[in-house]
Design a protein around this ligand. Structure first.
Ligand code: IPD
Length: 275
């Protein structure tokens, strides 16, 4: 994978490839464990932690001094960082646990600007089971493997397929209700709604034009950081439910330029009606 990768993306791709080898072996093992009494749960937790460790070591070796925000181990490095890796070693953990091949390694790279604000500078989402590597860097476009990506050109809601994350587990009643209301608004208008279980791949698929948009409330920065730059560099829009930064508010709406506003309106309405 040497095609047009910048020094940063080369570091990210090498780290992801190294971590993916062990994850792929573990994934094959999970299928055996499905039928055991104990089940694969602890095993997958260990696989996740090992992948995070490998990624941290590799990224740190190549760029000592960069800070980290990682799903399992949280924030580390200087608070006053200039560059920060934002990493989910295994996005789509539940899919992995159930032997479904839709999971990915997600690595975002944030940069602090002279005015003190931060932006996503580069992102890489690697789905090892299908060997699709999505990558983007500010100003240089978005790619899957060696192919340039553009978001879809669909303009009509009636043709659109949107991805989302369905709240699960101990989420607040307001989050559950917001989701249900938005779903009820969108269902009759669109061609389909999908919940595939990996936010990083949902974003990568918006960049690819497979999905026309994606929304999720209460999403973590490591799930979406790389995806933010993938969608933007593929010509799409990414916001929270208003005009804000999803990495700050944990709510995200991404889409092609024709449908982003309509999707955001439906998500905002679902939330507003709770007030
Ligand atoms: C999850 C996935 C899922 C999304 C959840 C995330 P994980 O990440 O991205 O699609 O709906 O909100 O927590 O736990 O598999 O890394």
């Amino acid at each position: 994978m040497a095609f047009r990768l910048s020094p940063h993306l080369t570091v990210m791709a090498n780290a992801a490839q190294k971590a993916s080898k062990r994850l792929l072996r573990d994934f094959a093992e999970v299928e055996q464990l499905q039928v055991s009494v104990k089940g694969p749960s602890d095993f997958v937790t260990q696989a996740d932690l090992r992948a995070e460790q490998t990624l941290k070591e590799e990224l740190n070796k190549a760029r000592p001094g960069y800070a980290f925000l990682m799903e399992e181990s949280g924030a580390s490095g200087s608070d006053n960082w200039s560059w920060r890796w934002v990493v989910d070693p295994l996005d789509g953990t539940t899919n992995f646990l159930h032997g479904m091949p839709h999971w990915a390694i997600s690595i975002g790279l944030e940069k602090r600007l002279p005015d003190g604000t931060t932006e996503v500078h580069a992102g890489l989402v690697y789905a090892p089971a299908v060997d699709e590597m999505f990558w983007a860097e500010k100003g240089t476009g978005a790619f899957v493997n060696e192919r340039r990506l553009r978001v879809s050109a669909r303009r009509e809601m009636s043709e659109a397929i949107f991805a989302t994350g369905i709240p699960f587990g101990a989420v607040s009643a307001s989050r559950r209700q917001s989701f249900s209301r938005t779903l009820a608004t969108l269902m009759p208008q669109v061609a389909g709604i999908r919940r595939f279980g990996s936010a990083a791949l949902d974003m990568a698929w918006v960049a690819h034009g497979r999905f026309d948009g994606y929304w999720e409330l209460g999403i973590h920065p490591w799930d979406i950081c790389a995806g933010v730059i993938l969608v933007k560099e593929a010509g799409g829009y990414v916001t929270d439910v208003q005009e804000g930064d999803p990495l700050a508010t944990n709510n995200i709406v991404a889409g092609n330029p024709h449908l982003h506003a309509k999707l955001r309106e439906a998500v905002a309405e679902g939330m507003v009606r709770l007030a």
